[in-house]
Ligand binder design. Structure first.
Ligand code: VGL
Ligand code: ZN
Length: 206
């Protein structure tokens, strides 16, 4: 069985958001068209939400870091981000044009102040698992179609963990956009996902 997994389609990663991803909004119609297809086929639709407390230590201001620079948070390398996706804020809501009523299950991540969580499956230290893997297994899902924001962080780490956990993964390339702290970060991420076994496709092929 297959499922659609939408990564962090939240206001803060879209136009005028706190951690705006260039062209982030352009993936919303692509997500909606796939939501429609999966719904028509009775396939499961899941989404992740980045869901930080105001006091999250990935925020530059909470760790005396400089936005965009890399530091260390509890022993792990950490990019310092502007405050974003604060729990229950407007920025943490799904993009208003996303057909979120057809999302069956939402997984919240990044809730622990002390560690960031890019992947929908694990925190960045792989100390704790979210409920995502158990949910997928309980519904006999072995194949994931993944898209969202941002290519070089949450999409990438979700895809790599899914592959390690044994899922067949299709990355919907036109449904992703990246932060690109360095200009080639997104294209390098796509190469890495491909090298590790992800099948790179365009939405029209589904
Ligand atoms: C993300 C940076 C910080 C993402 C989340 O959704 O890719 N990136 N938090
Ligand atoms: Zn975050």
């Amino acid at each position: 069985m297959k499922a659609l997994l939408l990564i962090d389609l939240q206001n803060d990663f879209c136009k005028n958001g706190a951690l705006e991803v260039k062209e982030g909004d352009l993936v919303i119609p692509i997500a909606n068209s796939l939501i429609k297809k999966f719904k028509e086929n009775n396939d499961l639709i899941l989404a992740t939400k980045d869901w930080h407390p105001l006091t999250h230590k990935s925020f530059a201001k909470n760790s005396n870091g400089k936005i965009g620079e890399v530091g260390i948070l509890n022993g792990l390398p950490q990019v310092w981000w502007p405050a974003h996706c604060v729990q229950n804020s407007f920025g943490s809501e799904f993009h208003p044009n996303l057909n979120s009523k057809d999302i069956d299950i939402t997984i919240f991540k990044g809730t622990n102040n002390e560690i960031d969580s890019y992947s929908g499956f694990f925190d960045n230290g792989k100390f704790k698992k979210t409920e995502l893997d158990q949910i997928l297994k309980s519904k006999n899902i072995d194949t994931l179609y993944i898209l969202g924001l941002a290519t070089d962080y949450c999409v990438k780490f979700t895809v790599l963990d899914a592959l390690e956990l044994g899922y067949k993964v299709y990355l919907v390339e036109d449904g992703c956009r990246g932060v690109n702290l360095a200009p080639t970060d997104s294209s390098k991420s796509i190469e890495e996902m491909k090298d590790k076994g992800a099948i790179i496709i365009k939405s029209f092929q589904i």
